[in-house]
Ligand binder design. Structure first.
Ligand code: GLN
Length: 271
């Protein structure tokens, strides 16, 4: 089978872009190769790999897990089923963090709670090189992915294994960021396309969706410097509850910011 025939076979089974990315990865060909030399033969092992990936993609497996990588803010991150697939809306969390770090002196300390593949911590470490970045995750498998990403991208991040603030005893930060699990246990979205392949502990708190956010807000005062900021991602319907939690914990300038789709996505406040 040729490259062109393989793509034609995948049409109707999976999304065109997914088919192209999977074929490039399986064959080692570039997009230009596919366009200019579609008659090139595909070796049997590459064809078998491609057909297996297309079948799995058609069953809902995220393309990022099949490729083993995903892009976030223009950088390529390694991903595995031990971590969430990076989502574009999480860029808002990074952008709001960057805006608050802009006026901080060099050496500002920040921490990413529940770092997963490390996209937030690593993006911040690379975009504000003068900052001192730490990241925490409960999952050793996720931390292995995050460490590998930091190494490959040349980001200086100190990683800790543990439950939210547990490994950070005695440490204070100018900024705490988090993309915690915030989908409620009963939310049918969890069974939807893609999500059922992702780590459950990264998506849901197995409760009302706010359990981890409550813990993160409650522990923040003991780990923020005076004037420090807490920013976290949350679900489309959790803006008001998040602001209430922040206000009750004594935060000032409490806000919720919608993502590019116009959905409430990140809330935060200053202590
Ligand atoms: N934004 C993801 C979703 O709703 C959830 C990510 C998370 O729980 N942190 O698909």
């Amino acid at each position: 089978m040729s490259l062109g025939e393989a793509l034609a076979w995948a049409r109707g089974r999976v999304d065109r872009l997914d088919a192209r990315l999977l074929l490039q990865q399986a064959s080692g060909c570039t997009h230009v190769d596919l366009l200019t030399r579609p008659e090139t033969g595909l070796p049997a092992p590459a064809l078998a790999q491609f057909m297996d990936w297309v079948a799995r993609r058609a069953m809902g497996e995220p393309v990022a897990y099949l490729l083993g990588e995903a892009e976030f803010r223009g950088r390529l991150f390694q991903v595995s089923p031990a971590v969430l697939v990076p989502r574009p809306e999480t860029e808002l969390l990074v952008e709001l963090a960057l805006a608050r770090l802009a006026w901080q002196p060099a050496g500002a300390r920040l921490v990413d709670l529940g770092t997963g593949s490390g996209i937030v911590a690593i993006s911040l470490a690379l975009e504000i090189p003068a900052s001192i970045v730490s990241a925490v995750d409960l999952s050793p498998a996720a931390l292995a992915v995050a460490r590998n990403n930091a190494g490959r991208l040349g980001a200086a991040v100190t990683f800790y294994q543990g439950d939210w603030y547990a490994p950070l005893a005695g440490q204070r930060f100018a900024l705490i960021v988090s993309n915690p699990p915030y989908i409620a246990a009963h939310d049918p979205h969890l069974q939807g396309d893609g999500l059922r392949f992702e780590p459950h502990m990264a998506l849901t708190d197995a409760a009302d969706g706010l359990a981890c956010i409550r813990q993160i807000v409650a522990g923040a005062a003991a780990h923020l410097e005076p004037g420090g900021w807490l920013l976290f991602e949350h679900g489309y319907d959790q803006g008001e509850a998040s602001r209430n939690l922040l206000q009750a914990a004594g935060f000032k300038d409490v806000f919720t910011q919608p993502d590019l789709a116009g959905t409430d996505r990140v809330s935060g406040g200053q202590l």
